[in-house]
Design a protein around this ligand. Structure first.
Ligand SMILES: [Zn+2]
Length: 365
């Protein structure tokens, strides 16, 4: 597979290339336009987010994309047309309308059962395509690298290459890896490398697949996603805490999707079980489980839908652990900026941190 240099227009990466129109719209205002942020995309004006009189840069930590050439290697189907980056005009219009200045792009893992050679080729191609796309459009996009966690030593190499050669500052992972928990000791080499390189890990669930054959997530409500996704995140984070993974790698920084699933809304039960069944819970982590939510290793996006839910999440984690997320192109929400502006009890500095300041720091923007 050719992986060098310029990828336009005939390379395997062309599925992620900007069109000229979208590139121009993203890169610069039209000369003579009323202001640098006033041009239109599909009729929508770009919303400038202002806090306390200051225009701030907003960063969406949870946005999806796809690299078709990588999916083709394992015949993975395209989940939604909006994942494609060939024409980003609709995406940019949505970002502009919602007041999102920068999207941190991630790719949900579909390669965790691939053999080593296929996984190596897939990740190389995918990371190079994503890196090139983001480098071409640094004002609007930053990427999370991908890695083949099912081969942990390879995954560690992939992260190292992604950071040192391709310029990534983050890496995405699923909520489990082909049936194994992220806390499994098998993945220690991967976590060690993430800690060593100081990359932000974005943890995104893919449902609780082990429950699906039972039928308990069937029926109405798309429960495989509605509760299956946050449930997987809840399980993954609980194991990372209780199995001592976060103790073993104290420099690790993980941002969990969907507000951390159900964990932050019921984390006190994880403390309570230690008092309730002291002879059945060990070996124990160094701190009470709730402490891990707020001590700097775990971060959470804002996809919890209401100011009251976000207020509670912040009460459990602290405002410094929260970053806005939209889940684009999946239309779960289009109002994350207003959610943060409308959540009670936040200082201006806290709103600025949630809207983009914390993400900018973690991703080196
Ligand atoms: Zn998502």
């Amino acid at each position: 597979m050719q992986t060098s240099g310029t990828a336009f227009p005939d390379s395997p990466f062309n599925g992620i290339a900007f069109t000229g129109c979208a590139m121009q719209a993203a890169a610069s205002p039209s000369p003579g336009g009323p202001s640098s942020h006033a041009h239109d995309h599909a009729g929508a004006r770009r919303r400038e987010v202002v806090v306390n009189g200051t225009r701030i840069r907003t960063v969406d930590i949870h946005a999806h994309c796809a690299v078709p050439a990588a999916m083709a290697l394992v015949k993975h189907p395209l989940e939604a047309p909006g994942l494609l980056m060939t024409d980003t005009s609709v995406r940019l219009a949505a970002m502009d309308a919602q007041g999102i200045d920068v999207e941190a792009l991630s790719i949900n893992p579909f390669w965790y059962r691939a053999e080593r050679d296929v996984a190596a080729e897939l990740i190389e191609l995918q990371n190079e395509a994503l890196a090139e796309f983001c480098h071409e459009n640094p004002e609007r996009f930053v990427g999370f690298a991908t890695a083949a966690l099912q081969h942990p030593d390879l995954a560690a190499q992939q992260v190292e290459h992604a950071v040192r050669q391709l310029g990534f500052r983050g890496v995405g992972v699923g909520g489990s890896v082909a049936g194994l928990e992220l806390a499994d000791p098998k993945f220690h080499p991967f976590w060690a490398k993430c800690e060593e390189l100081g990359v932000l890990v974005f943890l995104h669930p893919q449902g609780t697949r082990e429950l699906e054959p039972s039928g308990r997530l069937g029926g109405s409500g798309l429960l495989t996603n509605t509760i299956g996704n946050p449930l997987e995140t809840t399980i993954a984070l609980s194991h990372l805490i209780f199995e001592g993974t976060l103790d073993r790698f104290p420099g690790l920084k993980i941002c969990a999707a969907h507000g951390g699933g159900f964990l932050p809304s019921y984390a006190n039960r994880s403390d309570a079980v230690i008092r309730t069944f002291p002879n059945r819970v060990g070996p124990l982590p160094k701190k009470n489980p709730t402490a891990y939510l707020r001590d700097g290793q775990l971060f959470f996006d804002t996809i919890v839908f209401t100011p009251e839910a976000l207020r509670h999440l912040i009460a459990e984690t602290g405002a410094g652990q929260i970053m806005i997320g939209t889940d684009y192109p999946f239309p779960w929400t289009s109002t994350e900026v207003d959610l943060v502006l409308n959540t009670p009890g936040l200082s201006n500095d806290e709103r600025i941190a949630i809207l983009g300041g914390t993400a900018a720091k973690l991703l080196g923007l």
